[in-house]
Each structure stands twice: as C-alpha cells, then as structure tokens.
Write a protein of this length. Sequence first.
Length: 385
Amino acid sequence: MNCQRRALLKGLGAGALATAMLPTTGNSQETSKTPTPTPSGTGGGKMKLSFRPYELKLKHTFTVAGNSRDTTPVVLTEIQYEGLTGYGEASLPPYLGESQQSVMQFLSKVKLEQFDDPFLLDEILAYVDSIDKGNRAAKACVDIALHDLIGKLVDQPLHKLWGINPANTPVTSFTIGIDTPEVVKVKTEEASRFKVLKVKLGGGNDREMIETVRSVTDVPIYVDVNQGWTDKHQALDMTHWLAEQRVEFVEQPLPKTAVDDLAWLTSKSPLPIIADEAFQRLGDVADFQGVYSGINIKLMKSTGLREAQKMITVARALGMKVMMGCMTETSCAVSAAAQLSPLVDWADLDGNLLISNDLYEGVQVIDGKLTLNNLPGIGIRKRMV
C-alpha cells in the first residue's frame, strides 16, 4: 500500500468511506448533456481503462422461450490506478441488444484519465452514463471495475464498506433451461446441492417441465417464462397450478408491453409476479407499482452496482419484492451482484456456474447459500491458468 492510500485510509476511515459510497437519492437515468468533470486530486494518479472481448462456453445448451445458445459473448474490463486493478464485465445475451462491437465502441469513448479521484462515484458514473443512450451493459462493466478498484484502494470488500452483513446472503437458485424430459432430469440431478431451482417455461411444454423436475426433487422452484405466455386467463390458470407445485413466484409471464394484462394477473395471481425484461433502469421502478409484485435487478440492465443500490431502496419504499439476478456471466459480475444480495428477497446468481471457462474465483455456493469472502472490492481473484 503506497503512502497516498495510507493517508486516505487514515483520513477517511471505513465509516466515512461507506457514507461516501452510499447511493444518492437522485435518478441516474440517461441524460443527453455531459457534465463537466471536476477532478479533486485526492489520489493524485490517473485511471486507465482497458478492455477485451471474451466468449463464455456454456456447459449445456441454454434454451429459453424464444432462443437457444451454447455461448455468450462478454467484454472484460480493467481499470488501473496507483498499481491496483479493478475488474469489470459486460455480459451480452441476445435480448439485451448489445454486442461486443457496440460495447467496445462505447468504451473507447470513456476517458477516465480526466478524473484524479476514483471515489467520485456519482460524478464519474454520471459522466459515463451521459456519453450515449442505452449501452447499459457497457456502462455496467465500468461501474463494476470502479467499485472493485475502490474496495482494493481501501483493502475492504464492498459489503463491509456498505455495512451489509454477509451472514444474511440468501440461497441462490440454479437455472434449468427448457429441454427434453431426459435432459431436464440430468440437469436437475446435477443441481442436487442447490436448495431452490429456477425453471424456464414458455416453450410449450410447461407442465412437462415442472413435472419432470418434481420427479427428481421437491425443493422450491422459481419460474421464469421470459414473456412466453400470451393469454392472461391461461396465465392465471397456470399460476394456480404452479402454486400447487411449490413454486414461489413467476417471472415475466406475459409480454412486457401487455401492461394492463400484467396488472390484472398480478391482482389475481396466488403467486408474486416479478418484472424482468420489462424492467431496466431506476426510473422504471415506480411505474411498476401495482403492475408487478416485485422486480428482478440485474447489473447488466441497471448499469451496475451504483444504480442497483438505488433500485433496492426505491422498491422497498414502494413495498415491492426484490430479486437479484444475472445473465450468463463470469464470477466477476456475479460476485459483484452478490455483494448486494443480503438486501434482497431472492437471488438467482448462478450465471458463473453455467459456464466451463470462468476466468475468476469469487463468491461461492455452500450448502445452496451464497457465501461472500473477505477479498477486497467485489471479492474475486484471477484463476491460475
């Protein structure tokens, strides 16, 4: 640790740092005007952003309502500052609408060297958000790397800086994609160490999917339809049947544009109805009160940890349930999201467990429960290759 960082730790202390990292009450929605950065000079160094494409290889073909894939493209980022490196990631499943090319084009516009102090989170991330509209995953990979860097600068994990009790992490579900009964049985058996499963529906074989899983295990089930149902009355019938199968909630059952039908279904369903594809940024939360029972926060949609924190606060104030989810990701992005997991009702943070070429080690699943470590920042280290 160099002298500057020793002085920073001594002068601020963990309590003050945690206060500095707490989210403000402002809305971080996209804006067309770029704010003028005001470097504080606290650290005295310059941040350097670098990035590269990477392809995640799935252990099984992953099928949801609408598409199947064997790989997921990502872009890995690093922010170097005063001899330390913060790691980030942009995961790019098809429905997100971003690509490795679009992410790298966006990141080429990000000039972090104009800021001398990486602790100016609101200022730096407002600047990143203002560079262009959309590009949520691209913005998230900068946010994640920046938070990782800050934790390393003070040698503390993010959950400790935020005052979050790591003992309160939830269990995580393990995802079972749409497939034949034979393959679904194999996947379910492979997931025997998990205390809850997330089953993808909407492929036309919904009851068969649930019955196949139930032939292997009686653990609770989360259901994700990925907008695969079209009729609200049939959807309501399914929620009643699913409730009898020990299902805990239904995620995005109808198309995100069917707002009135979703509100009707939510008002009558015996199970909570959770928004996923319909839900993106902080400004969406209040609009969904009464339409959905809760929201699924994913860093790739929220532009990262800073806005995800604010989403949790707003959802709780509105009496909504909160789920922390992920895309197919390495342990980098999954471990980042896991830092906030003690604050939510449900977690579906298994994206790193679905791939065969993870570059990092981070959050672990022990007896089905997310288990945070004490590594600084987002809690990851590079694997020895």
